[in-house]
Every structure is written in structure tokens, then in C-alpha cells.
Design a protein around this ligand. Structure first.
Ligand SMILES: Cc1cc2nc3c(=O)[nH]c(=O)nc-3n(C[C@H](O)[C@H](O)[C@H](O)COP(=O)(O)OP(=O)(O)OC[C@H]3O[C@@H](n4cnc5c(N)ncnc54)[C@H](O)[C@@H]3O)c2cc1C
Length: 500
């Protein structure tokens, strides 16, 4: 057989599995539907400026930290072009409050900078940090070990909103501590505290930006896979995963090609994986559970090219919430949208004192663009969505910029070009039918329902990607380590990575 493992999808999870397995001597074949590899790692250019799709900043990349070790083991760490963010990685802005609240790298700085804004709350801020650290300490894989993980079961049912509210009754401090909850699409009554903690802790440990975009991660991983003798096929959508005699025999591609292997890893959404796998081994109750899980909200993104040397560059991000909408930014009406946003700057490489581009992100449901759902747009397969769609984007751009202008008039006055991406763009470039940002919505009410094992009932079909444990660059990378551990049946893999 030509390939030992076929990996469906070249998102971070798929590529990382490919490079780890390639290192073990496996013959890897990655099959990607798009022209550009990387899924959410993709970048695109407009007016000679580069924009990221889904990587604005990354945590855990200082020497010896979890993601640093994974990327080192995968052979790409030395080649990544990264820029450390300034001490305060996120600035939190609240409606009707002119203050700027900062979240800083390093727990001491995190506490002292927030305590400067909330002097009476220093003890609560310290307790919050201890809680975050305690919860993170219960997830062995997060620390690259395969030790007993039972201690985490005690915290899986903690709500992010309620846990923070129990630490401090101060509403403003609550809004600041959870101010960047767009990072995990924070939802009242659903978002678990551990999702908040695992993500926040990684940025407090260290926060980084990719110089010239996150697509470098995909390019470097793909180069590793090829160096190890692997194959990467682009522009090739997998239409079917075929089971014969109790195991997957091959996949069928858009062009009618069959590719066989001993093992298969799906890096695409688990529900989509099930839709394209026709096998009685995948019982109806499993199918029903997985396909019935709601996804996180999608997004509307505005990508701005600024007039040269007009807006000073700041090496931190901004998050804004309208008052009373911290945990329900997704519950907007047509009139109240948007209820908040995240704002990310990139420097002008010719004169880094200034910003060259800005991306602004806010939640948007797929239902808002439902009427154009029959139009598909991909590089090389462009579809016209028509005037009405253009008018919709223009109106939403106006609404979002009106809100942004309240805090950032200098940005809105210095826009040279603006480009909008909607849930349809997300759907077409990544593959989730509803354009969801982070895949399956985690839910503390029924935590085990939303945790998906890399194993399936088909012995040679495995899953990987952001839907398994945790989304994000760190979460997806750790899931790839877990998938490879099970596939290789090597419980020392995490140790090897930790000690690399
Ligand atoms: C707007 C946005 C901003 C984000 N910002 C950050 C951030 O700042 N920091 C951070 O850590 N994380 C961020 N994330 C999250 C992070 O980018 C993702 O969690 C992560 O990249 C997901 O990787 P994945 O391996 O699950 O695959 P995905 O990126 O989902 O890739 C799946 C791949 O499978 C391919 N595919 C789908 N169907 C098929 C098929 N049938 N056949 C072949 N190929 C197929 C797709 O084309 C795609 O390439 C952001 C996400 C979004 C959407």
C-alpha cells in the first residue's frame, strides 16, 4: 500500500498529525479541498497587504512552554517568524467607561496591572489567577504528560460566567476578566470555565504574533511532511470515506479518484466526517449525538487597509463589549448588532511605528446570510453573490464602523480600503456548513457530550482538529498529539515532545 495514513483536511490538526507521524516513519498523504493549505491558518492579500483568517495571536510559545515544545518536536519552531506582544497583550474596553483595562503577560504583572485599576479587588484578582492555574493543572495533556486525568472531571461542569462571578461581585471586574471572551465565543449558560482558563493561561504565560501571517505554520509543517517523504494533494475535496469489511479501505475524491491507506485521520468537522462515512459500525446514537451538537457562532470580519503612516501601531489587541452583553454578544437583533468586537492591528513593515492593516471581528449567525447559501465561492471557483449581498455587507460594515468610531475615530477616518467576510466566506474557505468560528460549542451542563474522542468505532478511522478538546492553535495542536498517541499506540509521545 502506498500510504500508511491518509489525512483528510490540511488544517493545523491535520498537518501536525502528518508531521508527527512522518517523523515516526509513516508514509503520509494529506488531501485538502482548497488550493491553499492550512484551513484557518490561511492568509490572503488585498492591496499588497497580508491578512490572517484565523490567527491573530498565539499563547504558550516561549521556550519550554507547551506549544513551543510541540512546534519544536514537529521541526518548525526555529523557522517560525514570531514577534512577542507587549507586556499587556489585550486591552479591554467597556461601553460608557473611558478607562482602558489591561491583561498582561506574567501572573505578577497580570495581577498588579489589574489591581491598579481595581485596588479593592487585588485579593479577588489573585484568587481568580489561582483558580485559573488550579484548573489548568488538572489537564495533563496541557502540560504534555499522559498522567491520570481524573482530577479534571471535578471542574468540567464549572460555568465560566458563574465561576468568575463567584470570585468577585464587581460587575466591571467580571467584564474585564472575561473581556476577551470572543476568543472562545463565550455564552451564558454554556461556556465552561476550563475553556476560559486554558486559553487565558496560555496568553498570560506568553503572547505572540506571527510576522507576515499564520500561513507560515502551514507552509513549514507541509515542508516537514514532504521532507519525510509524505504527499500533499490540494484542490481535492474528499466526498466519501468508504468502509469495507469492518475498516476504512479508501476515500473517494471530488474527481472520482480513490486513495487507499492503512489508517485514516479526519481533520474536518466530526459531523461532516459522519455525513460522508457510510458505515453500520457508526451507530445511530453516536451519529445523532455528534451531528446534533450545536456549533459556536460564525463571524463577520472587516479587514481594513489604512492610509500609510496614519494610525500608530500598537502591539496589543482590543476587545470591546456593550454594557450588559458580556456573555450574550451572540444574542443580537438586527438593530442592536454588533454588541462588541475584537480589533487586531498589524505593523507597517516599512515603518513599524504605524499600523498597515486592522482586522475587526464580531459574532454573526449564518441565518443572516441564509438567503445566499446556494452561492459558493472558492479560489478558482468564484461565484457572484449579487448586488443584494454587496449591499448587505456594506450595511454591516457601516454598523460595525459606527461602533468602532466611538473609541477609535482615527482608525475610521484613515481607512483606504475595506473588505468584509461573512459566515458564507468562512463556510466556503473552511468547510463548516454554518461557518462556525470554533466548531462545537462546549457546554458545562453536559461536558462529556461535547468532548469528542479521536477514536471512532471504525478501528482505522481517527479524528483530529479543534472540535476534539479545545479550539485555537494551542488546543488544536494538543488534540493532534492525542490523536497521534492513540494511532501510534505510544503513550510516551507526550513525554518525547515535552523533552524535545
Ligand atoms: C476568525 C477566527 C479567528 C481566530 N483567531 C485565533 C487566534 O487568534 N488564536 C488562536 O489560537 N486561534 C484562533 N482561531 C482558531 C484557530 O484558527 C482554529 O481553532 C484552528 O486553526 C483549527 O484548526 P483545525 O485543524 O481544526 O482545522 P481547520 O482550520 O478547520 O481546517 C480544516 C481543513 O479541512 C479542509 N476540508 C474541509 N472539508 C474537506 C473535505 N471534504 N476534503 C478535503 N479537505 C477538507 C478545509 O478546507 C480546511 O483546510 C481563530 C479562528 C477564527 C475562525
Amino acid at each position: 500500500m502506498k500510504h500508511e495514513v491518509v489525512i483528510i483536511g490540511s488544517g493545523l490538526g491535520g498537518l501536525l498529525c502528518g508531521s508527527i507521524l512522518g517523523k515516526e516513519g509513516w508514509r503520509v498523504c494529506v488531501v485538502e479541498k482548497n488550493k491553499q493549505l492550512g484551513g484557518n491558518l490561511q492568509t490572503f492579500a488585498r492591496n499588497k497587504q497580508l491578512f490572517d483568517t484565523g490567527v491573530h495571536y498565539i499563547g504558550g510559545l516561549s521556550k519550554g512552554q507547551n506549544l513551543y515544545q510541540v512546534f519544536k518536536y514537529a521541526g518548525i519552531m526555529d523557522q517560525l517568524r514570531l514577534e512577542k506582544m507587549e507586556a499587556a497583550f489585550d486591552h479591554i474596553l467597556l461601553e460608557n467607561d473611558p478607562e482602558v483595562y489591561v491583561q498582561s503577560q506574567g501572573y505578577d504583572a497580570f495581577i498588579s496591572n489589574l489591581a491598579a485599576a481595581f485596588p479593592e479587588e487585588k485579593e479577588a484578582i489573585t484568587r481568580y489567577c489561582e483558580k485559573v492555574k488550579d484548573v489548568c493543572g488538572r489537564f495533563p495533556l496541557y502540560h504534555l504528560t499522559m498522567d491520570d486525568a481524573s482530577a479534571k472531571n471535578e471542574v468540567l461542569d464549572l460555568s465560566a460566567e458563574e465561576t468568575i462571578a463567584a470570585i468577585t461581585p464587581n460587575k466591571k471586574l467580571q467584564a474585564v476578566l472575561a473581556g476577551n471572551n470572543l476568543l472562545y465565543s463565550g455564552v451564558a449558560g454554556k461556556t465552561p470555565f476550563h475553556v476560559h482558563a486554558l486559553i487565558l493561561n496560555s496568553y498570560i504565560e506568553s503572547s505572540w504574533k506571527c510576522v507576515d501571517g499564520g500561513s507560515q505554520i502551514a507552509k513549514l509543517l507541509a515542508a516537514e511532511i514532504k521532507k519525510q517523504g509524505g504527499t500533499i494533494i490540494r484542490n481535492c475535496e474528499v466526498k466519501k470515506i468508504v468502509e469495507t469489511g469492518g475498516a476504512i479501505s479508501h476515500i473517494e475524491t471530488e474527481g472520482g479518484k480513490n486513495i487507499s491507506a492503512r489508517h485514516f485521520i479526519s481533520n474536518i468537522n466530526p459531523a461532516t466526517t459522519l455525513y460522508i462515512t457510510d458505515s453500520a459500525l457508526l451507530k445511530n446514537v453516536y451519529r445523532k449525538r455528534i451531528t446534533g451538537l450545536p456549533n459556536t457562532v460564525s463571524s463577520f470580519s472587516l479587514h481594513l487597509v489604512l492610509k500609510p503612516r496614519s494610525v500608530p501601531y500598537q502591539n496589543h489587541n482590543y476587545y470591546f463589549h456593550k454594557e450588559g452583553h458580556l456573555w450574550n454578544m451572540n444574542d443580537y437583533t438586527e438593530a442592536s448588532w454588533p454588541l462588541g468586537y475584537g480589533l487586531y492591528l498589524t505593523p507597517d513593515r516599512k515603518d513599524p511605528r504605524y499600523a498597515a492593516t486592522i482586522s475587526i471581528l464580531t459574532p454573526m449567525w449564518f441565518r443572516d446570510v441564509e438567503q445566499w447559501k446556494e452561492t459558493y465561492n472558492r479560489v478558482g471557483k468564484d461565484a457572484e453573490r449579487g448586488q443584494e449581498y454587496e449591499a448587505f455587507k456594506a450595511q454591516k460594515t457601516d454598523q460595525l464602523l459606527t461602533l468602532v468610531k466611538e473609541r477609535f475615530p482615527e482608525i475610521v477616518e484613515n481607512i483606504r480600503h475595506s473588505y468584509a467576510a461573512t459566515p458564507l466566506t468562512n463556510r466556503d474557505y473552511i468547510g463548516l456548513e454554518d461557518g462556525s468560528m470554533y466548531g462545537i460549542q462546549k457546554d458545562y451542563n453536559n461536558p462529556l457530550q461535547t468532548v469528542i474522542s479521536p477514536r471512532t468505532k471504525i478501528p482505522n478511522l481517527f479524528l483530529t482538529g479543534q472540535n476534539l478538546n479545545l479550539h485555537g492553535i494551542l488546543g488544536t495542536s494538543l488534540s493532534a498529539v492525542l490523536t497521534c498517541t492513540l494511532l501510534l499506540n505510544d503513550h510516551t509521545l507526550a513525554d518525547k515532545i515535552r523533552n524535545a
